[in-house]
Design a protein around this ligand. Structure first.
Ligand SMILES: Cc1ncc(COP(=O)(O)O)c(C=O)c1O
Length: 392
């Protein structure tokens, strides 16, 4: 008999009933160290007192009003995002997938508003992940995500990961945009080299097409810059943000330049809940905290500590781990075994990690994790690796 929750996930037999900072407490009382953070969501840990207070204050004041009216909390968060980034304007959503949908619509509308309605194609990259809507799975092009869901939305061309010549060859008079994660998350913490991002910017400028960055997983200080593309020194025309922005409250934002957004006039897009006062109040607090330079310095210091400890772990377990990659507190351990075996062994050590494609184990702790918890996580990974290699 089918479970009352649609069984689209292979769930671990763990039920967390409480969160405290970087720790999750299981119904049976065990304390798990959380190096998944809800897949890069709990930016500031679980039950963060500052975020909880803002949420409570907003809940006591106003929960929901329609986007038919001005929403002061939304305006404040939009202003903050515009001040902190390349963007001139934002649209709020409840998830990353919805930002992908709007990015696709915005790119097409940009050209139709310019009288070039034939420009509808978006170039994407093998291994990418932009969500689970029909548009987002078509964008990924992968058999795994699209099988059985056809006919797929047309207008996507998928090229090999970070292959400049393939992008160049794919651009034609129907191309509207290039859409890329500066660091692939689900694809296995695969950073796109800075040179490649710069090359994409040049190509897009040369052909007058839009550059869309999906920073749903790598954004909001995760990499040690507010947004991952900042490491490369170039900016996109459109950027997708979600996950970490709400720190655990469902919130996403599509950011764009004024030019890229030129087609999105009144009546072209909307959302009942997007930009809800509760989400925006929390998002503003998250942004205020993570955009402080002292906070970012700490993310980078802790990232260096984690990476140094992971190098030691790899050296101690060359039969289990191959290399470490990523940026900031978005780390990927390339494994020589199936990453799910390490994830399961880590459960036994009361440590949460997340598998990804390309045989990679993801480590995505809260950004305010303390040094002791970093050391503890690596010690638990060491014990898990011993178990996997059979000498534990
Ligand atoms: C890069 C990227 N884009 C889009 C999404 C979709 O976001 P959501 O699950 O919030 O719809 C994800 C989710 O993992 C993601 O990692």
């Amino acid at each position: 008999m089918i479970s009352s929750v649609l069984p689209t996930y292979n769930r671990a037999p763990l039920s967390f009933v409480q969160g405290q900072g970087s720790w999750l407490i299981e119904a049976d009382g065990r304390r798990f160290l959380d190096f998944g953070a809800g897949i890069a969501v709990n930016t500031l840990g679980h039950a963060n007192p500052e975020l909880a207070q803002v949420l409570k204050d907003q809940a006591d004041t106003l929960w929901h009003v329609s986007n038919l009216y001005q929403i002061p909390a939304q305006q404040k968060l939009a202003d903050k995002l515009v001040v902190e980034t390349f963007a001139d304007t934002c649209f709020f959503t409840n998830s990353g997938t919805e930002t992908a949908e709007l990015a696709i619509k915005m790119a097409r509308k940009y050209f139709s508003a310019k009288g070039q309605a034939e420009r509808i194609e978006i170039i994407t990259f093998e291994g990418c992940f932009h969500g689970r809507s029909t548009g987002a799975i078509a964008a990924s092009g992968s058999e795994k995500m699209t099988a059985g869901f056809g006919p797929l939305m047309p207008g996507f061309v998928t090229v090999p990961f970070a292959d400049h010549n393939a992008v160049k060859a794919a651009i034609n008079d129907k191309t509207a945009a290039v859409m890329i994660e500066p660091i692939q998350g689900e694809g296995g913490i695969r950073p796109v080299p800075d040179q490649c991002l710069k090359g994409l910017r040049d190509l897009c400028d040369e052909h007058g097409i839009l550059l869309i960055f999906d920073e749903v997983q790598c954004g909001v200080a995760r990499t040690g810059k507010l947004f991952a593309h900042e490491w490369s020194g170039i900016t996109p025309d459109i950027m997708m943000v979600a996950k970490g922005l709400g720190g655990g409250f469902p919130l996403g934002a599509l950011l764009a330049t004024e030019d890229a957004a030129r087609g999105m006039v009144a009546g072209t897009h909307g959302s009942t809940y997007g930009g809800n006062p509760l989400g925006c109040a929390v998002g503003l607090k998250v942004m205020e905290i993570v955009s402080e330079s002292a906070f970012m310095d700490e993310v980078n210091r802790k990232a260096a500590l984690l990476s140094q400890k992971l190098e030691g772990l790899i050296a101690a377990h060359p039969d289990v781990f191959e290399s470490v990659r990523g940026q900031g507190l978005m780390a990927g351990l390339k494994c020589k075994v199936a990453p799910i075996d390490v994830v399961n062994a880590a459960y036994a050590q009361e440590l949460l990690t997340v598998p990804a494609a390309d045989n990679v184990l993801r480590l995505l702790p809260p950004l305010n994790i303390c040094d002791e918890d970093i050391a503890e996580a690596v010690a638990r990974l060491d014990a898990a690796a011993q178990q996997v290699s059979g000498d534990g």
